[in-house]
Design a protein around this ligand. Structure first.
Ligand code: GLY
Ligand code: MN
Ligand code: MN
Length: 438
């Protein structure tokens, strides 16, 4: 808990409170506990907004910010420290220690929230909350507000405006601080090492999940508790399934293996894809499509710099891919027309990247006032073009069918371009073949 400097969390809360309107309150609940099956729960992972503001990873907690409140602006409701319960479910901070551990001004048992929170809301004009994400939380919030409404004749003043908290908070999360970039760089290095390991250990005949085990081993040995998302290990045709996670096929000789895997480190994600031949040597058709994907990725990286807009890297990748697909005979026609008509989507059906941060598909707008937003230093994104030729695509020569390739790196926008955080894992054909034959 609280891995970044506690001053970083205080700075985030202050920045948010400065943007909140006068006489307002922000209320944010911890992530829900979800059941996997019968008595088994999914591992608990704190809500990213909640963790971003608190560094607190306990379930059944509610964070409250009340800018300008005389008796303290930062209030936490959390589980009580009860010995009999801690024996079953683990250690808790508890409201007594919370001010010291979390830096909050006040803390109360979450079981008392219905008695205390309406009193904190009362008199505020506006409530900021992430409405619509949890029906349970929405219901509770209305219950607290209705409690105040029921007392207007005794002089209580209920809030009359509800605002989306994420609108304020997510803009803040888009620009990463130096401390955040440092954690993300470390996460990227661990993931790069894991992909290198996968290239070194793959053998035809293995199951895809056995290669996944090599990835997981490196993540955990290097200090990452979880992957940032379920790893994709797709061999052969499976590389053409964008969200393939079954990972239970046999990896055959002569196939490509597409691995999309990234560790989560201290609540920050990394997200790398590499595609390589199971036997260490690209076939001619694999080589041609791989080099084209790589050229598209370089073009997109080149277009990732301050002042360019969000979609420019995608447009650059699409142009290179479409031109190459025509040259190789997978598409036919004028490049401009094929781009205009979106014909390339037969082989490239996703976008070239997404924001990356505490969530793998991180928060933040992609358009502002109807226009693609301008890239600026501190933004972190992925660059991940691909080519996927469906196994049953009879419009192309047989030799291309069933080839799925994606190459994905994580970059941070700098003053004059971008810095590739995931550069430690090779992607040039010659470098992959050399590594795999070593
Ligand atoms: N791993 C999810 C993605 O690449 O977007
Ligand atoms: Mn990605
Ligand atoms: Mn990915």
């Amino acid at each position: 808990m609280i891995k970044l400097d506690s001053a970083e969390y205080a700075k985030r809360r202050k920045a948010l409170m400065e943007k909140m309107s006068p006489n307002s309150i922000a209320i944010l609940a911890s992530a829900p506990v979800t059941v996997r099956n019968r008595d088994v729960e999914h591992p608990f992972r704190q809500d990213s907004d909640f963790y971003y503001l608190s560094g607190f990873d306990e379930e059944h907690s509610v964070l409250v910010l009340i800018p300008g409140r005389e008796h303290g602006e930062y209030v936490m409701f959390c589980q009580e420290k009860i010995k009999e319960q801690e024996i079953w479910t683990g250690r808790r901070v508890g409201p007594e220690a919370a001010p010291e551990v979390l830096g909050c001004d006040d803390a109360f048992p979450v079981t008392d929230i219905d008695d205390i929170l309406p009193g904190l809301i009362e008199g505020c004009d506006r409530i900021y909350a992430n409405l619509g994400t949890s029906p349970e939380f929405d219901r509770q919030l209305m219950q607290w507000v209705n409690h105040i409404r029921a007392q207007v004749r005794s002089g209580a003043t209920p809030p009359h405006e509800f605002s989306a908290l994420d609108h304020l908070l997510h803009e803040q999360r888009v620009i990463k601080s130096d401390a955040e970039v440092a954690v993300m760089r470390h996460a990227a290095e661990i993931s790069a090492e894991a992909h290198t390991r996968a290239m070194q250990t793959v053998r035809p005949g293995m199951r895809e999940y056995q290669l996944e085990a090599e990835i997981m081993q490196i993540f955990m040995a290097a200090g990452s508790r979880w992957p940032a998302y379920p790893s994709i290990v797709g061999s052969g045709d499976n590389g053409c399934i964008l969200h393939y996670t079954r990972n239970d096929d046999v990896i055959n000789d002569g196939e490509l293996v597409l691995i999309d895997a990234g560790c989560e480190l201290d609540y920050y994600a990394s997200d790398i894809t590499r595609t390589f031949p199971s036997n260490g040597r690209f076939s001619e058709p694999q080589r041609a499509l791989y080099q084209l994907t790589l050229d598209a990725q370089y073009a997109a990286i080149e277009a990732t710099k301050p002042g360019n807009h969000w979609n420019q890297p995608h447009e650059a990748a699409v142009r290179v891919l479409t031109t190459g697909l025509v040259e190789l005979g997978l598409l036919s026609g004028e490049v401009d027309e094929l781009i205009e008509s979106l014909a390339y989507r037969q082989f490239y059906m996703h976008k070239t990247g997404h924001w990356l941060g505490m969530d793998v598909h991180d928060v933040g707008e992609y358009r502002v006032e109807g226009e693609w937003r301008t890239l600026a230093p501190g933004m972190v994104l992925t660059i991940e073009p691909g080519i996927y030729v469906a196994p049953d695509d009879e419009s192309v020569d047989e030799k291309w069918r069933g080839i799925g390739i994606r190459i994905e790196d994580d970059v941070v926008v700098t003053q004059d371009g971008c810095d590739v955080l995931t550069k430690d894992v090779v992607k040039e054909i010659a470098d992959i073949e050399a590594l795999m034959s070593a």
